[in-house]
Write a protein that binds this ligand. Structure first.
Ligand code: AMP
Length: 396
């Protein structure tokens, strides 16, 4: 894999696609700067070589035209502080404004371009727009894993204008190495823990994983579709009636492939979808009507913790219950704790996909697992299909 480590940036202007799509509050303060901090090593490597850096990113979902609240100018001060040098800003990512700003860069300078998505050609992947971006730099660096599953102008199309000068940044390289470590895992048993709201979003991933894993742990809202498919009464729990057959197919495929599949045995039920609902623990196959399952129960926690403790490689996607509500977070927290304990004993653990990352962060376990992925959709698509447009455009 060609990374910034394999390229000498001395005297070059590097066009770097980063993911600065950070959350801002009403006063445009950055409420979580993880993505900015993640990009610093790549930027600093280029500067240390004696190169100049042209940063491009999207922010939010503007409607293809400039909108002040989505301007990347709001992050210039923060980025300057993090880098320890002042960052120049161009009010547009293409045209004379961008060209002039890029032309005047000296080695050691950093320029941030305005939001790429102020032009609809970005998400459309328009070649002429990508060519205009490409004209600003001598070498292309992609460090935006979070958008690598999109064939946008700045993430994919632009790469064709740098046939010999395109490399991955450290964020990309680390993400890919971490997923590849799990998917081509030699350290078995490999356990996938799948939770979250619905089976429908996860079917392809689960089917693809069945050839690789030893254990499949099911939790979260999707568990009730499996339980109902197997003849249980799930009361008012979340169920995808049109996915009952697929749930049964996953169970039988898992058995045929020698994968141990774990479905919850008990559950914490509630009489309404609220933290202050009445709740009790019951056998997951006997949920009374008028009640819904919102978390895995203590018996299930014990079984899952033991499987996780005996695993050498762990992939976790999706919470075990409605962990946003205090009374239904216990199962998710127990699984997170089991993963942390297994990691301490030497297992490799990858946490990926929006809500399991939110859960790991809620319990401050970010530094106690092996890797927390920054790209939800990109990670899942990479597991599903084994490739991403932004990765293929540079070539692994
Ligand atoms: P996903 O985006 O598919 O990973 O789903 C994450 C969401 O699933 C979280 O907001 C959880 O609150 C929700 N969730 C987890 N377990 C349940 C459940 N038993 N019933 C309803 N929603 C759930």
């Amino acid at each position: 894999m060609k990374t910034v480590d394999n390229y000498n940036f001395q005297g070059k202007k590097a066009l770097v696609r980063v993911d600065f799509n950070v959350p801002l509050d009403a006063n445009f303060n950055i409420t979580d700067d993880t993505r900015i901090r993640a990009a610093l090593p790549t930027i600093n490597k280029i500067l240390a070589d004696g190169g100049a850096v042209i940063l491009m990113s999207h922010l939010g979902r503007p409607k293809d035209i400039p909108e002040d609240k989505f301007s990347l100018k709001h992050i210039v001060n923060h980025l300057s502080k993090e880098l320890g040098k002042s960052v120049a800003f161009a009010d547009d990512c293409i045209g004379a404004i961008a060209k002039d700003a890029a032309k005047n860069l000296n080695p050691g300078d950093v320029l941030l371009l305005e939001n790429l998505r102020f032009h609809k050609q970005e998400t459309a992947g328009t070649e002429s727009f990508a060519q205009e971006l490409a004209s600003l730099g001598d070498v292309y660096v992609n460090d935006a894993f979070g958008t690598a599953h999109r064939a946008h102008a700045s993430t994919t199309i632009v790469a064709k204008f740098f046939p010999n000068d395109k490399v991955f940044g450290y964020v990309m390289a680390n993400e890919l190495a971490s997923i590849d470590k799990v998917l081509t895992c030699s350290e078995k048993p490999l356990t996938a823990i799948m939770g979250g709201a619905k089976v429908s979003g996860k079917i392809l991933i689960i089917e693809n994983l069945l050839d690789k894993i030893n254990n499949l742990i099911i939790g979260g809202g999707m568990a009730y579709t499996f339980v109902k498919a197997q003849g249980g009464n799930v009361g008012g729990s979340l169920v995808e009636e049109d996915k009952l057959d697929i749930a049964l197919k996953i169970v039988s495929e898992a058995k045929a492939k020698g994968v141990n599949i774990y479905i919850p045995v008990d559950t914490i039920i509630a009489d309404k979808f609220a933290n202050d609902a009445n709740n009790k623990t019951v056998d997951i196959k006997n949920i009374p009507s008028g009640w819904m399952g919102l978390d895995i129960g203590p018996e299930t926690e014990k079984i899952y913790a033991e499987v996780i403790a005996n695993s050498k490689t762990i992939l976790w996607n999706g919470p075990m219950g409605v962990f946003e509500m205090e009374n239904f977070e216990h199962g998710t927290k127990a699984v997170a704790e089991a993963i942390v304990a297994a990691t301490k004993k030497g297992a490799y653990s990858l946490i990926g996909g929006g809500d399991s990352v939110a859960a790991i962060n809620k319990y401050h376990f970010g530094n106690d697992v092996s890797y927390v992925s920054t790209g939800g959709g990109a990670l899942l698509e990479y597991i599903e299909s084994g490739s991403l447009p932004g990765v293929d455009a540079i070539g692994k």
